[in-house]
Design a protein around this ligand. Structure first.
Ligand code: IFM
Length: 449
């Protein structure tokens, strides 16, 4: 490469895709804890029809993905559709998922299927009709999840080899039981760690069940990993808070999978069945947190976090564009689990007018390329997301899609990032021409002269 011109190529067979999740795109999901949360007015908007995938619009969106060079897609199964009550299976729902998987196969796209992405059937989380109202707080969740996984995997294994058991278990446990923004809206750190332990047990049970049904399957989970730095490097309190927060947010699952003991701020817990229960690690990377000591937040163990002054912030200040963080995250995985295959199961930014996304995308992929060049085992990248989708408690205020979504008409809006990502997927690489065309403002950073 000379004078900052050229192409950074990825290994042959690299998976290029986008990621979605059932409740965020399907629409008309009315039988889970999130629909109840929406009804209770705990979200900015309701999910409503979402991107209408349950109505069949997955077809046109899969067409868009395939036509723009993607060779893989990650989507999730909605537990409440497959098992609407404890004693019933909805075979039609399973058949719809099989049709989606055939749809991917017909488009020559590899499927990566998530079995749990934040939502639970109402009978799991509400009192009455078999439910204890305790959801993941109760140990009964583990056999219940295992039963659901067995049913789904048996029905879909013909089309799927790559499974994500649980998406962002740390976000599920902390947002629902410490921050209170996700259902059930509790603020109890000790309870959140009980939930985390049950998520780990359920993951381990699912890992073994999937291998029993499908010995060659590749099974992992998707970790929301947040690199963190203390706001003032010289401050012992900021450093302490950074370490406590880092371990509390990031380390529960990885520690248990490494050693069989879950590290937790309220005491460690032995979960021997979790040891070694992964064939790859799914990395969901979005940004790096700056952490400091905050006397006003006893509920969060006196820590607070934000982004550095002058950071390249997203639409709603939800994320900062810190691409080196994805490199550091991959490096951390490589150091923790040498040679373990890695999939970037999510990475993206909310940006309705697409002024930031092209450089966010290109700069992050450049860092992934750097990691691949150390021979670190990154096998694929799934951008969050294909089309705008329901952003949980933030409703429709955040737009993560490569394609925009007009909720009134269901029309898709082609953002410039669609074409940038298409060029990258088709080339299996990032060229200097692409950067010049879509995000010249970061040319020097990606292709220094
Ligand atoms: O939309 C979410 C997704 O469900 C889990 N990871 C983060 C995304 C963006 O907020």
């Amino acid at each position: 490469m000379t004078n900052g011109q050229g192409t950074y190529h990825f290994p042959k067979g690299f998976l290029w895709g986008t990621a979605t999740a059932s409740h965020q795109v399907e629409g008309n999901n009315l039988n889970n804890n999130w629909s109840a949360w929406e009804e209770a007015g705990r979200t900015v908007h309701k999910s409503g029809l979402a991107a209408d995938w349950w109505g069949g619009r997955w077809r046109e969106d899969f067409d868009r993905a395939a036509e723009t060079g993607q060779n893989a897609h990650r989507f999730s199964i909605e537990w409440s559709r497959v098992q609407p009550t404890p004693d019933t299976w909805d075979e039609d729902a399973l058949e719809k998922y099989r049709a989606m998987l055939r749809g991917l196969q017909e488009r020559k796209m590899t499927a990566l299927v998530t079995l749990h992405h934040f939502t639970d059937p109402l009978w799991i989380t509400e009192k009455g009709s078999h439910g204890s109202g305790q959801g993941w707080e109760s140990d009964e969740i583990v056999p219940a999840f295992e039963k659901y996984v067995r049913k789904v995997v048996d029905a879909l294994k013909e089309y799927v080899n790559l499974w994500v058991t649980i998406n962002e278990p740390n976000v599920y446990a902390l947002s629902g039981y410490v921050v209170g923004a996700f259902p059930p809206g509790k603020k109890d750190l000790k309870l959140s760690m009980k939930v985390m332990a049950n998520l780990l047990r359920a993951h381990a049970a699912a890992y073994r069940t999937i291998h029993e049904l499908q010995p060659l399957a590749r099974v992992g989970y998707a970790l929301h990993y947040r690199p963190m730095v203390p706001r003032l490097k010289w401050s012992p309190l900021d450093r302490l808070m950074r370490n406590i927060r880092y371990n509390g947010i990031n380390m529960a699952f990885p520690s248990a999978i490494s050693t069989g003991v879950m590290k937790s701020p309220v005491g460690n817990q032995s979960i021997p069945e979790a040891k070694g229960a992964q064939d790859y690690l799914g990395l969901n990377y979005y940004s790096v947190d700056t952490v400091w000591f905050d006397i006003t937040r006893p509920g969060e163990l006196f820590s607070n976090s934000g982004y550095p002054k002058g950071a390249d912030l997203s639409d709603t200040n939800f994320l900062a564009n810190i691409p080196e963080g994805i490199f550091d995250s991959i490096k951390w995985i490589e150091r923790t689990y040498p040679n373990l295959p890695i999939l970037i199961t999510e990475n993206g930014v909310e940006d309705s007018d697409d002024h930031l996304r092209p450089r966010y995308l290109a700069q992050h992929l450049h860092q992934v390329w750097r990691a691949v060049n150390f021979n670190w085992q990154v096998k694929g990248y799934f951008h969050w997301s294909l089309v705008d989708n329901f952003e949980w408690e933030r409703g429709w205020t955040q737009r993560f899609g490569l394609w925009g979504l007009d909720l009134d008409t269901q029309k898709r809006i082609r953002r410039p990032s669609v074409d940038l990502y298409a060029e990258i997927c088709k080339e299996n690489g990032i060229s200097s021409e692409m950067i010049q065309k879509y995000c010249p403002e970061v040319f020097e950073k990606i292709f220094p002269g």
